[in-house]
Design a protein around this ligand. Structure first.
Ligand code: ADP
Ligand code: MG
Length: 383
């Protein structure tokens, strides 16, 4: 068991800075998800931890050791990739046992070992492989070769191969990307259960914010080689630190609108052009410096209610008239694309029994207690 510590970790490829002074502590037994759009430096950061890339500057610490100069095989980590990388000519059992044999029975030791010791070691490898196979539901597949397995089964073998090593930390790079949607959700759940059971420190890379939200003890959101925010999933969802995180985490995306802050009769309003809404009492103080200025106003789709079935009371300061452009029934809810009159679409996630009809007007209620404001220049969250 170990924590992993990145200190000012930087990796440059020529003029490209793939990872830019990243500071991150992955706690012992924690499942930390590195998430961000393609090209933001996730894989590079992970490869630096694994020792597959030499860092340009900064430090990688695993447990109590600085491992910058430690060979990958000596870092006590196991990596799982998107493209399983199984040995095609070996069966499942040997794919899982191979690394252990190399480690525990290196050929140059053979002369030194007593036969009884060799037998004992082989026995313990056998037990580890079989226990892991049992845990992953692979027992009946041990004799098969990778090409005789489905994608999901191959992924489980790749996982099994990492688990038998009993490493200090797992590093996983988009391990579910090659699976179809249903299997991905299933395997996601299996991975979480497995992590609860094994409690091994894990860094999990994905571009999928749903995976990040559902799997991570904490999430580190990356963009352009920089960590934008690192916190527990709901903390990030409810309090995104900046405009990028606000737009990246959450599906459908948060509505982010250009608006102006105004003061009127002791109230603070946000004027989005074709409508005005009142900011709640709790935010008045922090908005005072912004009066008269442009900001970005953010509100999540699920915080916009069809007035006829609204869970929060409609008031003049939180209710607006819109035109329904599109309705997308999802079964448990209906996604609405709404035009408040300025063509800047608002997306709402309304209850399944919404009366909204395409082309008709609708009144919607905004839960302003959940509103977000971002500084237009720095893009940092005001709240
Ligand atoms: N071996 C390499 N040589 C040059 N540039 C690279 C190399 N690997 C990655 N990069 C660049 O570093 C940046 C981050 O890449 P990567 O870590 O693969 O991102 P991600 O995994 O988040 O999609 C990208 O701009 C990519 O083009
Ligand atoms: Mg990648």
């Amino acid at each position: 068991m170990a924590r992993v510590l990145l200190k000012d970790l930087t990796k440059k490829f020529g003029t490209v800075t793939a990872v830019d002074k990243v500071n991150l502590e992955v706690r012992d037994k924690e499942f930390l998800v590195l998430v961000g759009p393609s090209g933001c430096g996730k894989t590079t950061a992970l490869r630096c931890v694994a020792g597959l890339e030499e860092v340009s500057s900064g430090q990688v610490q695993i447990g109590d050791r600085v491992v910058n100069d430690v060979m990958p095989k000596d870092r006590d980590i196991a990596m799982v990739f998107q493209n399983y990388a199984l040995y095609p000519h070996m069966n499942v059992y040997d794919n899982m046992a191979f690394g252990l044999r190399l480690r525990m029975l290196p050929p140059w030791y053979k002369g030194l070992f007593q036969m009884s010791e060799v037998r004992q070691t082989k026995g313990s490898i056998d037990r580890r492989v079989k226990d892991t196979a049992e845990m992953l539901g692979l027992t009946h597949l041990l004799k098969r070769r990778p090409k005789e397995l489905s994608g999901g089964q191959r992924q489980r073998v790749a996982l099994g191969r990492a688990i038998v090593r009993e490493p200090a930390a797992f590093l996983m790079d988009e391990p579910l990307s090659n699976l179809d949607a249903k299997l991905r959700v299933q395997t996601r759940a299996e991975l979480i259960k497995l992590h609860v059971r094994l409690g091994i420190t894990t860094i999990y890379v994905t571009h999928d914010q749903v995976e990040a939200m559902t799997m991570g003890d904490r999430i580190a959101v990356m963009k352009d080689g920089l960590v934008q925010q690192c916190d527990r999933p709901l903390e990030i969802y409810n309090h995104p630190a900046n405009l990028f995180v606000a737009g990246f985490i959450g599906s459908p995306e948060m509505n982010l609108l250009e608006a102006t802050v105004k003061a009127s009769n002791g109230d603070i309003l946000v004027d989005a052009g074709s409508y005005q809404v009142n900011m709640p009492e709790k935010h008045k103080e922090s908005l005072k410096p912004y009066v008269g200025k442009s900001v970005r106003f953010g509100i999540r789709p699920e915080d916009i209610y069809d007035k006829s079935i609204s869970l929060i009371p409609a008031q003049p300061g939180n209710t607006i008239g819109v035109q329904v452009e599109i309705t997308e029934p999802m079964g448990s809810s209906v996604l609405l694309e709404l035009d408040p009159g300025d063509g800047k679409t608002l997306t709402a996630n309304a209850g399944a029994d919404t009366k909204a009809r395409i082309g008709e007007p609708l009144e919607v209620v905004l839960d302003m207690s959940k509103a977000h404001i971002f500084d237009a220049e720095t893009e940092e969250a005001v709240f």
